[in-house]
Design a protein around this ligand. Structure first.
Ligand SMILES: Cc1cc2nc3c(=O)[nH]c(=O)nc-3n(C[C@H](O)[C@H](O)[C@H](O)COP(=O)(O)O)c2cc1C
Length: 418
């Protein structure tokens, strides 16, 4: 039992296997959620092919109550990586319908995202951003495109794009959408006082920095039916000095609580790799459930279900997250490594799922290599080869080769001028 009061659920600590009814009416079969992982498997038009169906069937059989897709781009002129899925008014919905049907047991939600300034130069994408503040990641900074401050029209168009993608996700058969406002992408850039230097209604006070996110949520709500799920992924903190912090997160959760089913809490960005357990501001994170202590401070006052993601690899730690008052537990890396981990955890097994391991000393190189290895693992699962993995450094080299080929294809195919 926790001493933490939770206003949206009864005081008893739920078991991992207990169902959860969300505010907009969806019931999730258990508390384990496969968190979003960018698949990098779409065709040049941004469509998800048959490999998505194989991959998501595997996760669906694995026992998580809810599955979040990797981020899906709302704007084909602003794409984070060349293999990212894009869903907009010109998409063919047939492959999206097939993807949605891959979930027979779990609730499948689409994560929707706009990368803002986090686009690499070589993709040819537009780096729209709140202000002309470039991404700073040491010698790698030059890889990123120069950010262009958004006009009022750009902002309204972007709100509309999120709403259109959400409506198309519903039409395709997804149960809900998660709006990505974490990890330093566009909506998180607006929230951050370090990146958002605007002095109009979209910048300045926290209320104004949060305006874009809140308007996106309202626009999505206005375009989907009442029972369609809506969630937001938010950083508990950016882990950068002077950035979006815990107090900001508490206030934003409060503003969101009327309009969403749950808020997923994570942390970090491309400039501060807290997402992978390496924050830039020197703070020490927990070895497992990285954000549990910090984000745990947000639970007490939240009147909306909260989900915690980051560093969860064992059943006992997942249960601790619920004990601290969270309603859902997000697991990413461990479910690429072992897609049926939820089933095992729900059956009472507690063996740790080992993350990919490398002895590389540089934290950023290590994080990139591990991420590449997880991506490679998803690619093996999507080919129905559940026993194959690629070690991190080899995965990183392969990833760079594949990326160069994908960039060449992507540039040959477009994107068309806006
Ligand atoms: C290969 C890979 C791709 C990811 N893609 C996304 C994404 O598309 N959207 C997102 O919100 N987070 C993404 N993440 C972050 C995860 O959702 C999660 O927040 C993070 O990995 C920490 O959880 P974990 O320790 O369980 O992996 C990705 C992580 C990995 C490893």
């Amino acid at each position: 039992m926790t001493g933490t009061p939770r206003s949206h659920e009864s005081a008893a600590v739920p078991a991992l296997a207990s169902p959860l009814r969300l505010p907009r009416g969806i019931t999730v079969a258990n508390r384990l959620v496969k968190a979003a992982m960018e698949e990098q498997l779409a065709d040049t038009g941004g469509h998800p092919g048959g490999r998505f169906v194989t991959l998501y069937r595997t996760w669906d059989r694995g026992g998580a109550g809810m599955i979040l897709t990797g981020h899906v781009m709302v704007d084909r002129f602003a794409v984070a990586q060349p293999g990212d899925v894009i869903l907009d008014g010109s998409s063919d919905l047939t492959p999206f319908r097939a993807w949605a049907q891959a979930a027979l047991n779990s609730s499948l939600w689409m994560q929707i995202n706009h990368p803002g300034r986090v686009v690499q130069r070589d993709t040819g994408s537009r780096a729209l951003a709140p202000s002309a503040v470039p991404v700073r990641v040491g010698s790698l900074s030059k890889l990123f495109a120069t950010p262009v401050p958004m006009t009022e029209d750009d902002i309204h168009e972007t709100i509309e794009r999120f709403a259109t993608t959400a409506a198309l996700a519903e039409e395709s058969g997804f149960a809900g959408v998660e709006i990505h406002a974490a990890h330093g992408y566009l909506l998180a850039q607006f929230l951050s006082p370090l990146v958002n230097r605007r002095d109009d209604q979209w910048g300045g006070s926290l209320r104004d920095r949060a305006r874009l996110l809140l308007e996106v949520v309202a626009a999505v709500r206005a375009r989907v039916s009442a029972g369609f799920g809506i969630a937001v992924k938010l950083n508990s903190a950016d882990f950068q000095r002077g950035g979006f912090d815990l107090h900001d997160a508490r206030q934003v959760i409060d503003w969101l609580s009327d309009g969403v089913d749950f808020v997923e809490l994570s942390g970090g960005s491309v400039e501060s790799l807290a997402t992978a357990g390496h924050p830039a501001d020197g703070r020490t994170l927990e070895r497992e459930a990285y954000f549990l202590k910090l984000a745990g401070e947000l639970v007490e006052h939240a009147s909306v279900p909260l989900m915690l993601t980051g560093g969860i690899r064992r059943a006992r730690v997942a249960q601790d997250v619920l004990t601290r008052g969270f309603s859902l537990v997000g697991v990413a890396t461990a479910l690429a490594q072992q897609p049926d981990a939820p089933q095992r955890w729900l059956a009472g097994q507690d063996a740790e799922v080992e993350p990919p391991c490398t002895l590389v000393r540089s934290k950023s190189l290590r994080a990139a290599a591990v991420q590449a290895s997880v991506t490679a693992r998803m690619h093996e699962l999507s080919r129905d080869r559940p026993n194959r993995s690629v070690p991190p450094l080899a995965a990183l080299v392969l990833d760079q080769c594949k990326r160069s080929r994908a960039i060449r294809r992507h540039r040959r195919a477009g994107p068309p001028s806006p």
